[in-house]
Design a protein around this ligand. Sequence first.
Ligand code: DCC
Length: 213
Amino acid sequence: MGEFVHEEIPSTELDRLEATYRPLADAVRDLLDATIRTTVPEEQVRAAQAEIEALVARLRAEQLPGPAGVRFNSEARAWNWGNAVVGLRNAVAPPLRIVHESAGHAWAEVELGAPYEGPPGLVHGGVSAMLLDHLMGETASAAFTRVTFTGTLTMTYRRGTPLGPLRLEARIDREEGRKVWVVASIGDADGVTVEAEGVFIVPAWAAGEAARG
Ligand SMILES: CCCCCCCCCCCC(=O)SCCNC(=O)CCNC(=O)[C@H](O)C(C)(C)COP(=O)(O)OP(=O)(O)OC[C@H]1O[C@@H](n2cnc3c(N)ncnc32)[C@H](O)[C@@H]1OP(=O)(O)O
């Protein structure tokens, strides 16, 4: 497995770093969209590619040896900048901004564009599952008071989910020992498009005091 790393960066410094990296990732998200949708002449495409390759070389001059992992400091701040769903520095992530309404109830609003397309004009079913999986996992963690991993995830696609503004919602349904059942949905302005039910498990290796009883 990857890493949960204790790294003692003060939260004020993290805020400063995030203010630097967030616009970088936003620019790369825009690049993803532009790469899909551009209709400029081919020589322009080739020129853009050369500039992008030069930028990649500049960024790679110093880099981590592997993925970003999950890091935390002693001020109870955790950051997972590379996460596929919420990663602030991951241009593949929308990123989802999750609101924990209470321990066991969370939601997010997001606008999905061209990079998330499956059927024409509709969100890819795997993307819906990915976003819900993460939202449900955070919900099962009861506002980050325990670690939970997806055990089983069941998706029901009621109708196509249009690209554009969407709302995701998740709640803990019930718990039994280390097992947490979570129900969730995605919806557009006309109502629910996708429903999900999942069993999230506090792994045996992580079953400390917060997870017992
Ligand atoms: C603070 C930071 C927060 C951070 C919060 C961040 C949220 C991130 C959200 C991302 C969510 C993900 O994608 S997580 C990544 C995708 N998921 C994974 O990679 C998980 C891979 N699988 C595993 O690591 C493991 O198999 C576990 C953890 C699922 C279970 O291992 P274990 O802990 O050894 O389980 P074990 O003792 O055998 O079983 C415990 C109980 O769970 C049941 N059980 C076991 N596996 C499953 C299963 N797949 N589906 C259903 N039920 C299962 C057993 O029957 C048993 O029930 P009984 O006999 O007690 O009744």
